[in-house]
Write a protein of this length. Sequence first.
Length: 647
Amino acid sequence: MIRRFFSVLSFACASLVSSMAQDPVIMTIAGEDVYKSEFEYIYNKNNSVATSDKKSLEEYVDLFVNYKLKVAEAKRQGYDTRDEYKKEYEQYRLQLSAPYLKDEETENEMIEEAFERYKTSVLASHILVKFSGDSTEAWKKINDIYNRLKQGEDFATLAKQYSDCPSKENGGSLGYVNVFDMVYDFENVVYSTPIGTISKPFRTVFGYHIVKTFGKISNYKDWRISHIMIKNEGEKSEIKADSIFNLAKNGADFEKLVAKYSEDLPTVGKGGDLGYVSKGYFPPQITSQVRLLKNVGDVGMAGTAFGYHIIKVTEVVPFTTIDDLKPYIMTKLTKSDRTEVSSTKYMKKLQSKYGVSVYENSLTIFEKLVDEKTFDGIDKLYRLMTEPLYTLYGNVYPQSAFYPYMKERLPIFGKSVDKNKKIVNFIDTKQEGMVEGDDVYRAFNAYILNEIIEKELEYIKNVNSDYRNLLKEYSDGLLLFEISSDKVWNVASSSKKKLEEYFQEHKDKYVWPEPRYKGMVVYSANQEVYNRVEKLLKTNTEEEAEELIRKEFLNNKVSLVKIEKGVFPKGNNVAVDDKIYKTATYSSPAFPFVSTRGAVISAPQTYLDVKGLVTADYQTYLEDEWVKSLRKKYDVIINKEVLKTIK
């Protein structure tokens, strides 16, 4: 165990040293080193071909330094210790880590296996015996059926009599099955059972099965086909097509039949040749029929909008390389139960990599706690559970290390355990009185799984700059968002007084090329409402009139008016163009009458007249001032020699 630990440690350290040597410090900001890989990662990401606003390296260095200074300030103020940040970052971390937690060797093995199986479909039948809870009776029943089959009884007859699958109506027949058509455990048995034989009883998530295989056919990448087309001109055409189909099926010379009967003139001179299925645009009825014709010389018939087609396979193209199917297989793999198989193999490799081993009978104390429900004082005394429980990465962990996790998850402590969820078993020693599936058993394996994954992610973070920089980007992004909200965005959007002061100080920036209408536009549904609105507008202030109009004509059932308020330039609103600027004609069947209350002004009067522009400018001002203060507060050191190597 010790030798294995030191070999793992040496490998990890060597990888880390090598990684650091290839990843020099490009700058130090507020005392924190920034490595070349991180800067290069973000620079290239933000300066990609698809980016419209590209920056020179010098410009980007300036932006990057400002960004890092804000993050440094966020850390200095403890934003990274807040519960909201920790929770959100942890969610991101788990999502981002998933693609890195996989075993390429196992994945490639499964891709190759799926590719080989895809080449052949197997004609198979099965008998299923379902069960829920105790499986003893189901296991006895499936073995009784198996023994009767071995004694020579008919498979289809027993399937009809005993199977719990709808396929029983067909004697258990599943037809031709292929990779990904079934759960992986079932597929393994189908492809490993010799043709014409039956499998031993086996278990899947559906119950206990026995499989019988009857034959197999090859699958192909492509087919070349010829056809005879008979136009659909009624019942006589169908009879004619059937007659020709029977001739072709019984061995008549296909090219002679084409020359004599086909009504598809462009292909008659070519013996009816339509070329390869994958390279043509055929109706789905034809492509579906072709996929049933597995071998050269096979003949079938399909009906389309063009007529009847007697089809013959003239050439088949087999799958020659895995590249022919890899995209398809990869898509299927991610959606199949193979992911669990691959994940389990990977986790078992990690168990070996990190030297995880459980001490014999070290878990029995927890089983006794659960069985006897003796918890009095255990929360205070569990730290005294010092007996060794397991080893991980050369360290020995006592029983007390597992207790808090167990308490969080076991039903006896008020939590539930998902007994249907598959688990990876890391318990490699005898545990007296425990069986696989016990609550403690499941909880401990889940605990070890978390520990192994965290150890592997720590390793990946040290040796994989892409993963490390991705995590860094998300962490910094969360901190930047929170502190920028507090220092800039929320300040700019919430302080009316500051916005007005900024507007008054910079009025010359906010000029209009021509006057604009500032006020209210009220749309009325009919003449009566319009008359009332006009009266309210004339006899009250704008604010009072709006309140009265809303109260009288806007309700949950029927809205007899629409109200718009704002600053309207010419061409922005048809009703305003009609009533104020006299440059358009407004009409609407729903709200045909328009009233206005306001005035044409030549320039903005308050910041509200140009609120969006003022808010954006004030945010820029606040950010510039903030960055200036951060530049004074923190040191920035740039390694220009390393910077020159950025590509």
